[in-house]
Design a protein around this ligand. Structure first.
Ligand SMILES: O=C(CO)COP(=O)(O)O
Length: 248
C-alpha cells in the first residue's frame, strides 16, 4: 500500500456554517490537496459535505454504521447502503468511544463490518487498549481479541486504526516505540489471519498533531493517521497532511 492516508474524525462537532468554512479551507490548502485524505462529519452533515466535496480529492467517511443491512423499522439507524448512496467511501467501525459509551462488542462490530463491505464501503476498524490494560501489560491480548472479527473480511478492502484509548484527546501521544510495537503486532496477526497483510493499511490515532506527525509517519509500519481534535483546525490538519506526503 503506497502513501499515507490521513482521516479527520470530526466526532460530534460541526454546524452548517462551520463545516462550509472548514471544507472550503481544506480544499484551498495545497498540502491537503496533495495528500490522500478523508473527512468524517456527523451523519447530519454527510449530505452537505458530499455536495461540497464533489470532484475533490478529499474522500467522505462516516463515523458509524448500522448492523442492520436491510431497510426497515430500525428507528435512528443509518444503513451502509445509505452511506454509500450519499457518497461515503470509508466508515469508522469500533471506535473506542462507541465501544465505551454504546457498549459495542465484537459480535455487533462483526455485523457492522459485514454490512459495510456488502455495501461497498471500506471499513476503518478501530482497536486499542485502555490505560489500565496497558499498565497490566494486557494490551496485545486486548487488541488481538478485537482483531478476531477481521477474519471474516478476507478478500475485502479495509483499514485498521490503532488508537490507544489513553492517547485519545489527552495530548498524550504514544511513543514511536509503542506505536511500532503494536503496529508490528497487528500486521503479524493479520498475516496469520489472511495469509497476507501488505495491502492493509494500519493507521495510528491518538493526539496526532502537526508537531508529532513527522515522527509518527517516519515509521514504516504506520500507514497513516486517524486525527480527532487537530482535524477541526485547517492549519494543523494541513501540516499533518504535509508530513504524510513528505514520508511517502
Ligand atoms: O479518536 C481519535 C480519532 O478517531 C483521536 O482523537 P484526538 O486526535 O483528538 O486524540
Amino acid at each position: 500500500m503506497t502513501g499515507k492516508l490521513v482521516i479527520g474524525n470530526w466526532k460530534m462537532n460541526g454546524r452548517l456554517a462551520a463545516n462550509l468554512a472548514l471544507i472550503n479551507a481544506l480544499q484551498d490548502d495545497a498540502a491537503v490537496r496533495a495528500a490522500q485524505v478523508a473527512v468524517t462529519p456527523p451523519f447530519a452533515y454527510l449530505g452537505q459535505a458530499a455536495a461540497l466535496l464533489a470532484g475533490s480529492n478529499i474522500a467522505l467517511a462516516a463515523q458509524d454504521v448500522s448492523a442492520f443491512d436491510k431497510d426497515g423499522a430500525y428507528t435512528g439507524e443509518v444503513s451502509a447502503a445509505m452511506l454509500a448512496d450519499v457518497g461515503c467511501h470509508y466508515v469508522l467501525i469500533g471506535h473506542s468511544e462507541r465501544r465505551q459509551y454504546f457498549a459495542e462488542d465484537n459480535a455487533l462490530l462483526a455485523r457492522k463490518l459485514q454490512a459495510a463491505v456488502a455495501a461497498g464501503l471500506v471499513p476503518v476498524y478501530c482497536v486499542g487498549e485502555t490505560l489500565a490494560e496497558r499498565e497490566a501489560d494486557a494490551y496485545k491480548a486486548v487488541i488481538g481479541e478485537q482483531l478476531t472479527v477481521l477474519g471474516a473480511l478476507a478478500g475485502h478492502d479495509y483499514v485498521v486504526a490503532y488508537e490507544p484509548v489513553w492517547a485519545i484527546g489527552t495530548g498524550k501521544v504514544a511513543s514511536v516505540e509503542q506505536i511500532d510495537d503494536v503496529h508490528q503486532y497487528i500486521r503479524a496477526t493479520l498475516l496469520q489471519c489472511h495469509g497476507a497483510s501488505d495491502s492493509i493499511r494500519v493507521l495510528y490515532g491518538g493526539s496526532v498533531k502537526a508537531d508529532n506527525a513527522d515522527a509518527i509517519f517516519s515509521l514504516q509500519s504506520v500507514g497513516g493517521a486517524l486525527v480527532g481534535g487537530a482535524s477541526l483546525d485547517v492549519e494543523s490538519f494541513g501540516r499533518i497532511c504535509q508530513a504524510a506526503e513528505k514520508t511517502v
